[in-house]
Design a protein around this ligand. Structure first.
Ligand code: GUN
Length: 281
């Protein structure tokens, strides 16, 4: 039976260490979250981020804007937050309503305040092996693998999914850690065969229980990034029941990658705060 990679407990540990660190600073990090529209899932995620920030001593403000906001008005909100000395981190919750150019919005955030790590400058720095602010979910996955001392160097890592939020940045981080990385996606031929080559399999495809036993090499480490609702229940991209007997280690859903994402957001906010303070002084 596989070892369960307990993201919930590790996230608690990270948060408790951050709380101590923040208490030792003589200033308070602050995070601004922009939520546009009424997407229920986004509201839950933003609420979770707000609560977690408060628990470690980060000031957070949530700007809840109408779904009818224009791109220009949203860009103006970002400009104000970029200029605000008291704001260290800016996060625009995705997805945004149709008609708003996500790339334009993300590119407008000051890269030093881009705690999501999505700005083209931060994505570029990651891709040349000079990471600054690293996207939270991939950073959380790497921390989880490291906490359980799982070897990456020389291993075959297969990433299913090529999003800018998870698939691409986790591929870069695994490559930087000397894995041989294959990126698969919805158009990949023989995806299950490619996955079966993986010593480390990252499932970030957004389809409930898509990864089945026939995708798994015996002894693989399986990381499930999925957050899907199926028959009213939260489930991942991995069919846990059939996959876990084959894997050597696996993340559960919930309490796997999800809590690590939030912990890394808090860490990034703290990092942005400290590096901005260092620049001022
Ligand atoms: N929507 C889903 N995941 C994320 C994330 O990590 N950051 C932001 N800003 N929006 C998201």
């Amino acid at each position: 039976m596989a070892i369960l990679l307990d993201g919930f407990s590790l996230a608690q540990k990270v948060r408790s260490e951050l709380k101590d660190k923040i208490a030792s600073l003589n200033s308070t990090p602050s995070l601004a979250v922009i939520l546009v529209g009424d997407d229920p899932a986004s509201q839950v995620y933003v609420g979770g981020k707000e609560k977690a920030a408060a628990e470690v001593g980060i000031n957070s403000i949530v700007k809840h804007l109408s779904k009818n906001i224009s791109e220009g008005e949203l860009l103006n909100e970002i400009k104000l937050l970029n200029e605000a000395q008291s704001v260290d981190g800016i996060l625009v919750q995705l997805p945004l309503p149709d008609g708003i150019d996500v790339h334009k919005i993300i590119s407008a955030i000051d890269p030093k305040k881009d705690v999501d790590g999505f700005h083209p400058i931060n994505a570029g720095l990651l891709s040349i092996g000079k990471p600054s602010l690293i996207p939270c979910t991939p950073k959380g996955i790497m921390r989880l693998l490291s906490e359980y001392s799982l070897e990456i160097s020389g291993k075959n890592a297969v990433v299913i999914g090529r999003s800018n939020i998870v698939g691409k940045p986790i591929s870069q981080l695994l490559l930087a850690a000397n894995a041989t990385v294959t990126v698969c996606h919805s158009k990949t031929a023989n995806l299950s065969q490619a996955a079966k080559n993986a010593d480390i399999l990252i499932a970030a495809i957004g389809r409930p229980r898509y990864v089945k036993a026939e995708f798994i090499k015996e002894g693989a480490v399986v990381v499930d990034v999925g957050m899907n609702r199926l028959e009213g229940k939260l489930c991942g991209d991995v069919d846990f029941e059939s996959v876990s007997p084959l894997a050597s280690a696996i993340t559960p859903v919930p309490k796997g990658v999800g809590p690590m994402t939030i912990a890394m957001l808090l860490e990034n906010t703290c990092e942005a705060h400290v590096s901005r303070k260092t620049i001022w002084s």
